[in-house]
Write a protein that binds this ligand. Structure first.
Ligand code: NAD
Length: 260
C-alpha cells in the first residue's frame, strides 16, 4: 500500500481525521496538498509534514467557494506536478431538534458537505481526465450515511447524499481509470465530536458521560471509539488500490455500530 509519486489533495487536513490521513499518505510516499478553511492551521500541518521529510503544500480554501476550489486544485497540480487522489473530508456538525433547526444552519451544513464534495471532486476529475493517469476519489461519509440519529437532520441527509455521489462518480470515472469510494466511520474523538458532547448533553438532558456511553457508543460491539488511525488505514487502501475492481463502495469502520 504505497503512494510513491502520487499527489493527494486532502480537505479538512488541518485537523482530526483529515490531518491524520495526510500524515499516513505522506508516510506512504505521496506529496500532499493540505487544504483547509483555516490557512494558519493548514500551514502548520504542512510544515509538520515537511519536517518529517514529506513534500507538502498548504492551501487555504473554503470548499464551498467554486472559484477558490478550482484555483486550489489548479495550484496543487502546478506546484506538485499532478493530482492522483482526492480526499473530500472537510466537514462541520450542527446539532438541534428538527423543529428548532434554522434554515440558515441547514444550508450551511449541506454546503460544506455536499457543495464541498461536488466542487472538489469536479475540479479533481477535470484534472485527472486531462492528466490521463486515472485517480482515486475518497469521500468522508459516516455511519450516518447508513443510519439516522436524532438532532442531526442535515448531517444525516448530507452523509446519505455522499453515497449517491460516490456511485455516480464510480460510473462516470471508470472509463478514465477514476475510482470513487466512501468511508463511513463511527464516532472518532476529534474537535468535531468533542464540541458535540456538551451540546448533546444539553439537548438530551443527559450528563456528558452518558452522551458518550448511552448515545455515541451505545450500538458498538465493544463501547470503543473508532480512531483516526483506523480511518486513515481505510483511506490508504482506497487510495492505493490499483484497479477499478474497488469502486462505488462504502466501507463502514465503526466497531460494529452499523453492520451491512
Ligand atoms: P475536525 O473538526 O477535526 O476537522 C474538520 C476540518 O475541516 C477542520 O480543519 C476545518 O477547518 C475544516 N473545514 C470545515 N469547513 C471547511 C470548509 N468550508 N472548507 C475547508 N475546510 C473546512 O473534524 P473531523 O472529526 O476530523 O471530521 C472530518 C470529516 O469526518 C467530516 O466530514 C466529518 O463529518 C467526518 N466524520 C467524523 C466523525 C467523527 O466522529 N469525528 C465520524 C464520521 C465522519
Amino acid at each position: 500500500m504505497r503512494l510513491d509519486g502520487k499527489v493527494a489533495f486532502v480537505t479538512g487536513a488541518a485537523s482530526g481525521i483529515g490531518k491524520h490521513i495526510a500524515q499516513v499518505y505522506a508516510q506512504a510516499g505521496a506529496a500532499i496538498a493540505v487544504a483547509d478553511l483555516n490557512p494558519q492551521a493548514a500551514e502548520a500541518a504542512a510544515a509538520e509534514l515537511r519536517g518529517q521529510g514529506a513534500c507538502a503544500l498548504a492551501v487555504g480554501v473554503d470548499v464551498t467557494d467554486e472559484a477558490a476550489v478550482d484555483a486550489a486544485v489548479a495550484r496543487t497540480v502546478a506546484e506538485l506536478g499532478g493530482l492522483d487522489v482526492l480526499v473530500s473530508n472537510a466537514g462541520i456538525q450542527i446539532v438541534a431538534p428538527m423543529v428548532d433547526f434554522s434554515f440558515a444552519d441547514w444550508k450551511k451544513l449541506l454546503a460544506v458537505h455536499l457543495d464541498g464534495a461536488f466542487l472538489t471532486s469536479r475540479a479533481a476529475m477535470r484534472q485527472m481526465v486531462a492528466g490521463g493517469r486515472g485517480g482515486s476519489l475518497i469521500f468522508m461519509g459516516s455511519v450516518h450515511s447508513k443510519e439516522a440519529s436524532v438532532l442531526k437532520a442535515p448531517y444525516v441527509t448530507a452523509k446519505h447524499g455522499l453515497e449517491g455521489l460516490t456511485k455516480v462518480i464510480a460510473k462516470e470515472g471508470a472509463p478514465h481509470g477514476i475510482r470513487a469510494n466512501l468511508i463511513c466511520p463511527g464516532f472518532v474523538r476529534t474537535p468535531l465530536v468533542d464540541k458535540q458532547i456538551p451540546e448533546q448533553a444539553r439537548a438530551l438532558g443527559l450528563s456528558e458521560e452518558d452522551v458518550v456511553k448511552k448515545v455515541m457508543l451505545k450500538e458498538t460491539v465493544d463501547g470503543e471509539f473508532t480512531t483516526v488511525e483506523d480511518v486513515a488505514r481505510i483511506a490508504l487502501m482506497f487510495a492505493a488500490f490499483p484497479s477499478n475492481a474497488l469502486t462505488g463502495q462504502s466501507l463502514v469502520v465503526s466497531h460494529g455500530w452499523f453492520m451491512q
